[in-house]
Structure formats: C-alpha cells, structure tokens
Ligand binder design. Structure first.
Ligand code: HEM
Length: 334
C-alpha cells in the first residue's frame, strides 16, 4: 500500500518549527556573555586610548598621587560585583552606592579625573564607552606614568545599574588583616596568594592616613607598645607625623623611599620592617615571605606578576553583551 504521505500543512508547520528553533539558537548565541577583547573599541572609538592617556598624564603631572588614587579605585571597583564601575555611583535619593562604605569613605578619590575622561570620550564617541573600561585604562596609564609596567587592557565591560554597600564593606580587606584573612579575601575573588602579593605591590605608590596604621605605633594588639615587626627608626619617624591624639587624616607614603615611583622598593621596605600597614608587613612572613624576597631584588619578575594579576583582577565578573548599560554620566545610572 502507499507509504506515509504528510499533508502540505504538516510539512509547512514542521519547516517553520525548524526555522524557529534555528533562529532561537542564533539569538541565544548572540546574547551569550562575550569575552573581553583588546580591540573592542577599535572601530567604534579609535581615539579612546589617546584621550585616557592624555587626561591621566595631565592629572598625574598636576598631582603625582593621582596615579595611585585611580589604581586604588579600580581595585575597590573590581572587588565588589566585579569591574562594573559600581564604585563610581553617587548616593542619590532612593539609591545607595558604595562611597560611604568603611574602606571608601573619606578615602577613595579620583572621581573628578574619571569624569573628565568620560566627558572627553563622550564628545567624540557618544554612548559607546563604559565607565568600567575607562577606569581599567586609566589605572593602567597611571601605573605606566609612574614608571611602572604597562599591559594591554582587555575591553568590553559594561556599567552596572546596581551597587553593593554591604559587599564593599565585606569584600575589601582591612589594613589590620592577618595574612590568612588577606589570603581568604583574595581567594574569594579567585585570586591566588601570589596575585595578592603582586597586587599589594601597588602600595609602591600613594599615601595612607594615620588612622589606617596608628595602632601599630602606640598600641599594637592592646600591648601599649609599637608593633615589634616595625623598624624602630621608622616608628619614630611616623610618630612625628601621627601624634597619639588627633592627626588621623595626616598622610604618610605607603612606600617611604620612593612614593611616586612604581618600583620594587615596596618589597625591600617589607624586608626592613618598613611596611606601613599591618597588611603590608604580614606579607613578609610565612608562605609569602619568599615572594617578597624575590621581588625585592627582581623588578622584571615583579612587573610580570603584577601585570598578570591585575589582568586577572580586571576580568572579574564583567558585564558584557546586553547586560548593564553604558552610563552617560559615570556617577549616575541612566
Ligand atoms: C592587600 C590588601 C589591601 C589592603 C588591606 C589595602 C589597604 C589600603 C589602605 C588602608 C590604604 C590607605 C587608605 C587611606 O588612608 O584612606 C590604601 C591605599 C592604597 N591602596 Fe591599598 N590595600 C590593599 C590592596 C591594594 C591593591 C590590590 C591595590 C591595587 C592593585 C591597592 C592600591 C592602593 C593604592 C595605590 C593606595 C594609595 C591611594 C592614594 O594615595 O590615594 N591596594 N590601601
């Protein structure tokens, strides 16, 4: 007898079904998270890197510390929800950002420089470049301008529409941390102890307020004494800047010998008991001590560990594809 002979309507229906499922597959593939790429803005904003470099160069010339401040902003951004510019959002009615978190309040700075870069970028590439990418590029340029290493920044991050005050309080390590507390905070972000020591090398530039290390001078662990791991001449020098009463906002360089040069000196300081924060000095102990010793006398190896670690940090949970947005103003959601 005759074989199965489907009616034309069924054939059309099945073909449509097949087409629909193919279309769905294509749509899903397009919406899937994309990888960051060094060439992301090559066609849409070819002048981007020149603008960032030129504004950073003016800012650092005016105030060398700005290189450090922008680098720290990038770190505090990436450790909270990933590198999504959440730290740049202002508190506005009905929205709480991260600026009032313990590690950020009266401390993080450099927002005006990011605004200036964003304004210049918007003038030629409107609505194209994220604040998160601007921050990643500006951090890199600041380091290079202080004679540190440079590295290709992968791009294509988008900006968050959210922020997390509570994650800013819990994810960013405290300056009084022990080595295991520090290691745990970096590990929670997928960063190794080696990455942590390399990234702490960022403290080769910049300043810290007395309040962040004062207990080491006068009353370490409730003893009424200075931290015994500190060099005694260094303690005396710091007491001159940070009196036991008041002066909490006075500043001291994180790298006492070359505070505006991105170099290996930070690690040599740790060997000499001249780390400023507890979280610096503890790196010269236990399992991380040998890394500090190696990098104190081998700058190229430190630079290569730093660029590898900061690239990893820059890749933390980026928003890509159609997630998030490209903010018009880095301080506000669109
Ligand atoms: C390992 C854990 C870390 C702790 C506990 C820590 C803590 C601190 C503290 C307390 C200050 C001084 C803040 C103030 O006085 O207001 C500071 C400054 C700074 N931090 Fe860290 N930090 C850490 C890791 C990092 C990382 C990973 C980077 C960047 C890759 C970084 C970059 C900086 C820079 C450049 C400054 C100076 C900022 C300026 O002068 O404006 N820090 N840090």
């Amino acid at each position: 007898m005759t074989g199965f002979n489907p009616p034309m309507q069924l054939i059309i229906f099945l073909s449509l079904l097949l087409m629909a499922s193919t279309t769905t597959t294509i749509t899903t593939a397009t919406a899937a998270p994309q990888q960051l790429s060094a060439t992301f803005y090559d066609k849409t904003c070819p002048g981007l890197q020149n603008v960032v470099r030129s504004v950073m160069s003016q800012a650092v010339q005016k105030e060398p510390r700005m290189a450090a401040s922008i680098l720290r902003l990038f770190f505090h951004d990436c450790f909270v929800q990933g590198c999504d510019a959440s730290i740049l959002l202002d508190d506005v009615s009905g929205f709480q950002g991260e600026k009032s978190a313990g590690p950020n309040a009266n401390s993080v700075r450099g927002f005006d420089v990011i605004d200036k870069i964003k304004a210049q970028v918007e003038a030629t590439c409107k609505g194209v470049v994220s604040c998160a990418d601007i921050l990643a590029l500006a951090a890199r340029d600041g380091v290079a301008l202080q004679k540190g290493p440079s590295w290709p920044v992968l791009l294509g991050r988008r900006d968050s529409q959210t922020a997390s005050l509570s994650s800013a309080n819990s994810n960013i390590p405290s300056p009084t941390s022990t080595l295991s507390q520090l290691t745990a905070k970096f590990q929670a972000q997928g960063l190794s102890a080696r990455d942590m020591v390399a990234l702490s090398g960022a403290h080769t530039i910049g300043q810290a307020r007395c309040t962040t290390f004062k207990q080491r001078l006068y009353n370490q662990s409730g003893t009424g004494q200075a931290d015994p791991t500190m060099n005694t001449a260094f303690v005396a020098q710091l007491k001159g800047r940070c009196p036991s009463n008041g002066g909490d906002n006075n500043l001291s360089p994180l790298d006492v010998l070359s505070p505006t040069k991105f170099d290996k000196q930070y690690f040599a300081n740790l060997q000499n008991g001249k780390g400023l924060l507890t979280s610096d000095q503890v790196l010269f102990s236990s399992s991380t001590q040998s890394l500090v010793s190696t990098w104190s006398s081998d700058q190229p190896t430190f630079f290569s560990a730093f660029t590898s670690a900061i690239t990893k940090m820059g890749n933390l949970n980026p928003l890509t594809g159609s997630s998030g947005e490209i903010r018009a103003n880095c301080r506000l959601r669109n």
